[in-house]
Design a protein around this ligand. Structure first.
Ligand code: ADP
Ligand code: MG
Length: 162
């Protein structure tokens, strides 16, 4: 996809509270302002990339962009599952992410088990892809070391600006 990598950051807000209860997979939701800045040519679907909470360590992540067909949501959301076990929630903190690659389109599933299996496959694919040298180098991007309170919330040109 030609618009990748795509960098963005913003506050983590409460979502539908479904991640932990039904899926066993926590997904951190961005505020609407971050979702609204997404360029139209970043299509809905599942992506992999790197993520960091405030000034913490940089971890692998998978992100779902879209309306969650399984749940039939009306509003578009960006939900990040960070592939790391955190000690605490990070609502209200600043999440910085870079979308590195596209995994698959969004689709609906016949059962919750099928949805969970698909997400676990996505996580495995993200882990493998992000170990490739060309993807590992984005982990070192200055974007992650820029102030987490930076007013810039989104860009796919930030590496050139810094
Ligand atoms: P919500 O519907 O509010 O998004 P979830 O059950 O999906 O609720 O939980 C997401 C929240 O869990 C995040 O906002 C974050 O504060 C916390 N969290 C803890 N660990 C993770 C993780 N590894 N990935 C994503 N969110 C996490
Ligand atoms: Mg969630």
């Amino acid at each position: 996809m030609k618009n990748l990598p795509y960098f963005c950051r913003g506050e983590v807000v409460r979502g539908f509270g479904r991640g932990s209860k039904e899926l066993g997979i926590l997904t951190a939701n961005f505020t609407d302002s971050v979702v609204e800045l997404l360029p139209g040519d970043i299509s809905t679907g599942i992506y992999y990339g790197w993520a960091c909470v405030d000034t913490g360590d940089i971890h692998k992540m998978v992100m779902s962009i879209g309306c969650n067909p399984y749940y039939n949501n009306a509003k578009k959301s960006m939900e990040t599952h960070v592939i790391h076990t955190f000690k605490e929630d990070f609502y209200g903190q600043i999440l910085s992410v870079v979308l590195v690659g596209y995994i698959r389109p969004e689709r609906s599933y016949d059962s919750l088990d099928a949805l969970i299996a698909a997400i676990n496959n996505d996580i495995e694919e993200a882990k493998r892809e992000l170990d490739l040298p060309e993807h590992l180098k984005l982990k070192k991007d200055n974007f992650f070391r820029a102030s987490a309170s930076s007013s810039m919330t989104s860009s796919n040109k930030i590496t050139k600006d810094l």
